[in-house]
Structure formats: C-alpha cells, structure tokens
Design a protein around this ligand. Structure first.
Ligand SMILES: [Fe+2]
Length: 351
C-alpha cells in the first residue's frame, strides 16, 4: 500500500462569473481569499483564486477557475460534492446562515452517523458542511464566528458509475483504506492529515459529466505528497500499476504537480509544495490581496489585466494582522529533473 499521499491538498472548481465566486466563497462559505493568480495552462487569461482557512492549510484550499466562457455538465466521473468540516452542533447555524443568503440547501441530513448539510453554489456546484472533530484554525467573518466556521475540508464525494475500479485506484495507488458503506456511499480514509475522507457515490445510471473546463463543475482533486522525490515516486507507482497516462511533473509555481485520470473518471493531481509555498510572493499579512503572476508571466501582466474582469474582495476576507501564524519554512528539496512549464502567449492567441 502506498504511503506517499499525506492528504488532500486542494480541490479545483469551475464557477461562472469571478465576482459571484468571490462573494459566495468568502461571504457564504466564509473562506479566506488566500491567493489571486491566473490559470497557467492555455493562452486565455483566466483567474485562479485560492480560498482556505485562517492558516491557508493544505487540505483547506478550494481553487477556482471562473469559466463563464462555457457551461460544464455535472455528472458521474467527477467530484460531485466538496465537504467542509464544521464543529459538532454547528449544522443548525448553517441552515439559518444559508437561508439569510437565500442559498439553496437540502436541510440537515445524516450519513455514516454524522450530521451534514448540502448547499449549492450559484454556478451549480454542491458543497457540504459536515459536523466533525477538527481543530484546524477557522477563518472568521462578521456573520460566521469561530465556533461554527469551517475548519478545512472534511473530504470530497466522487460520483462513479462503478465502485470497484475506483476503489482499487484509491487503495492501491493512493493508499486509502475502506472504512464503511452507507447505502450508495462507500467511504475511504487516506493520508495522515485532517480531512482525508473520500466517499464514492455509486450512481450507475448517471451520465458522465464533462472533463473539460466548464462552469458549474469540479475539475480535479489534488493530494499532498512530501516533496518532488515523492512526486516522481508516485508517478512510477502509477506506471507500475498500469496507469500509464500520468502526466509529466509541472511547475505550478506554488507547488509541483502531476496528474492522472482515475478509472472512475475523476482527474487526480498529486502535489509537492515548492519552497515557500503560498508565501514566496506575498507576506502572511498580504496573502490574497493582489493579483500575483509567476515570474515567467510578469512581462504579460498588462495584457492579462486588460482581459480579466475586475473583482472586489470583501474587506472581511482580506488579511488581518496576526491572522496567519508565521509560516513554517517549507524545506522541500527542488528536483534536479527539469519541470514542465506552459509558456502562454496571451496577446497572440486572443479569442
Ligand atoms: Fe490543481
């Protein structure tokens, strides 16, 4: 069994309009805007927002590509729900909170003996808040106090038409263990960090969802591995198991990434933090307050800004003095193997 995967690193979604996403994630979900940057693939400037808890912990980071250009189709073979941990007893608060914002939700339910509440992003993606013991530091807002706020991910739900092959992938390739079945939900626990639950939702009749970027869908889930060496070891493990379409290792500036399409259809990334992580281009006090570009895109900043819709970040999601603990230096040795970078030409390929 693999022990390379330490837990969830981030989950990436495609909402619609950028401002709608910023408002929903910060004011309704109560997340901190951790980073504003751009999608590093392709030649179209698209925002890439990162939201997280007070400490921007891996395992709390939801990232957004606002993709109003095209609608996606939710379906099987996708992440169907992203789940956040909330303190025990906090679910009734979330009913009132969501009603106040007129957010669609399903009321309090129970799965695996745990209370949860499912709610919908205005672009169509579904989230849950799940009552759990979780001691990570929450981000607070004027409407969401620390005693009810989300702590980070509880996990994620994947919709699959068949459980068996995806189960084999989770266990053999990612080191998860099966911990239970509740109706159509098969639960797996992985890694050593909080928030490592994956529920496979068996939906044999559900049509496959889109794999391309498209508004209203989740695009991929990323798992943390310790360093670049572990990233290459994970790629070798995939190949040993026969998952030979694993990608090259890509330089995502804040971390290094390698992707594979899992047998159930969900795109799975493994991620090793780059030295400094999110703090290499912003201090803890500035985190998320500016549009940051990787150094190899700085020469195109004016062109990128011209084509991105302006967004306003609510004051309460801006950094506060003392809001983040002094970051622990991320002592990750950088691989001697060259990493892959996309070098977009935004002006040349305007469309
Ligand atoms: Fe990612």
């Amino acid at each position: 069994m693999s022990t390379l995967v330490k837990g969830i690193h981030h989950i990436t979604q495609c909402p619609g309009p950028a401002q709608q996403d910023v408002d929903f994630c910060t004011q309704v979900l109560g997340q901190r805007l951790v980073k504003q940057t751009v999608l590093l693939d392709g030649n179209i400037p698209i925002y890439h927002f990162y939201y997280g808890n007070a400490d921007a912990d891996p395992g709390s980071i939801a990232t957004s590509f606002p993709y109003s250009r095209k609608a996606g189709r939710a379906g099987s073979g996708q992440i169907s729900v992203v789940s956040y941990a909330i303190p025990k007893g906090a679910a009734p608060f979330w009913v009132q909170h969501l009603d106040r914002f007129s957010v669609e939700h399903d009321g309090i339910k129970e799965r695996f003996g745990t209370r949860y509440l499912r709610l919908r992003h205005p672009a169509g993606m579904w989230y849950e808040v799940v009552e759990a013991d979780d001691h990570r530091r929450p981000w607070k807002t004027s409407r969401i106090s620390a005693d009810v706020a989300t702590r980070g991910f509880f996990g994620a739900v994947m919709s699959v038409r068949s459980v068996e092959e995806q189960e084999q992938f989770l266990v053999d390739a990612l080191g998860f263990r099966k911990v239970g079945v509740d109706g159509p939900f098969h639960r797996f626990q992985g890694g050593s960090c909080p928030g490592g639950i994956i529920d496979l939702h068996h939906e044999p009749e559900r049509a496959p969802g889109t794999w391309a970027f498209g508004a209203g869908t989740f695009h991929h889930i990323a798992f943390t591995v310790e360093n670049d060496e572990a990233l290459f070891a994970q790629k070798a493990l995939y190949e040993e198991l026969g998952y030979t379409d694993a990608s090259e290792v890509k330089d995502r500036y804040y971390f290094h990434s390698m992707y594979v399409r899992s047998p159930g259809g969900v795109l799975v990334e493994c991620t090793a933090n780059a030295p400094g992580g999110f703090f290499q281009d912003e201090s803890p006090e500035e985190l998320g307050t500016h549009l940051n570009l990787p150094p190899w895109y700085e020469s195109q900043r004016a062109e990128i800004l011209r084509r991105l819709e302006p967004v306003t970040v609510p004051d309460e999601s801006r950094a506060r003095c003392g809001a983040v603990r002094t970051p622990v230096p991320v002592g990750v040795p950088v691989s001697s193997t060259p990493l892959s970078r996309t070098n977009a030409d935004f002006a040349r390929y305007e469309r």
